[in-house]
Design a protein around this ligand. Structure first.
Ligand SMILES: C[S@@+](CC[C@H](N)C(=O)[O-])C[C@H]1O[C@@H](n2cnc3c(N)ncnc32)[C@H](O)[C@@H]1O
Length: 245
């Protein structure tokens, strides 16, 4: 079973695929001043929940991009069910290879998917290409909660401290305009929803030949979260605007 198949299973009861909430995503939308016709692109859009929330509440239009066909199909179905297909287009592609129109979007978002370009700094660089000069970036990103991280965990993660995230943004000519942080409850909901999806699948597929891989994936996720993630990993959505000062 490949990694994307495991993700499809673990996320099957989730709409927002991050340690956040619809209310927090809407708060970001208000901070951005989203309005009817604001043009937004989201890289790594998953099931299109961020775009759907902003389109329903603020009337934005735009594009969601995801590499997984299964995610794109779910996102397209959602847009159709919500009557948003005339506003939100879903592109199934590797966002790091696809070419996008330059300097046309009001907002470029990447909520929990900076691995697309191999990290936070290259994500800022890639996203700034597609926004117009006064456009803003929205980045959902993990950060270390503490200065001392067990090395065996730190070396498996490409994560900065929050101060480093701010410094890198400044070096790339952006200011932090806002932050909405994940709470412990948000993390628990996100992690536990993943477990729930895997456990329901195991119940439904007692004879599946790749069952052991799903069990291993579940136990690895639980071990990592309960041993390290819960204590050391934070997550937040940041609004970055072009630096003025
Ligand atoms: C953690 S999920 C976030 C989904 C969504 N932003 C949300 O908050 O609900 C990350 C998404 O990035 C997608 N992804 C991974 N690599 C990608 C790539 N190279 N290009 C586009 N999407 C990618 C995954 O399929 C996954 O749906």
């Amino acid at each position: 079973m490949n990694f994307f198949d495991l993700v499809n299973i673990s996320e099957r009861y989730m709409e927002l695929v991050n340690p956040s909430t619809p209310e927090k995503v809407l708060t970001i939308g208000r901070v951005l001043g989203l309005k009817e016709g604001s043009r937004v692109i989201e890289f790594g859009c998953g099931y299109g929940e961020v775009l759907a929330l902003w389109a329903k509440q603020f009337g934005v239009c735009g594009t969601g991009v995801d590499i997984r066909e299964h995610a794109c199909n779910r996102a397209k179905k959602k847009m159709s069910k919500l009557g948003l297909t005339n506003r939100i287009e879903i592109i199934c592609a590797n966002a790091s290879e696809h070419s996008f129109e330059k300097q046309v979007f009001d907002i470029a978002a990447c909520v929990g998917a900076s691995f697309i370009w191999g990290g936070y700094r290259p994500t800022i660089r890639a996203m700034k290409e597609v926004i117009h000069p006064k456009g803003k970036l929205v980045i959902g990103e993990p950060y270390w909660l503490q200065q001392q991280i067990p090395p065996e965990y730190a070396e498996t993660q490409q994560v900065h401290t929050e101060h480093e995230l701010w410094q890198i943004a400044r070096e790339e000519d952006f200011d932090f305009e806002y932050v909405v942080r994940a709470s412990h409850d948000d993390w628990d909901r996100y992690e536990a929803d993943n477990w729930y999806g895997l456990i329901r699948w195991l119940e439904e597929n007692p004879e599946h030949p790749e069952r052991q891989e799903v069990i291993d994936h579940l136990h690895k996720a639980q071990d990592e979260y309960l041993r390290y993630g819960r204590e050391y990993m934070g997550w937040a959505i940041y609004v970055l605007n072009p630096a003025k000062y």
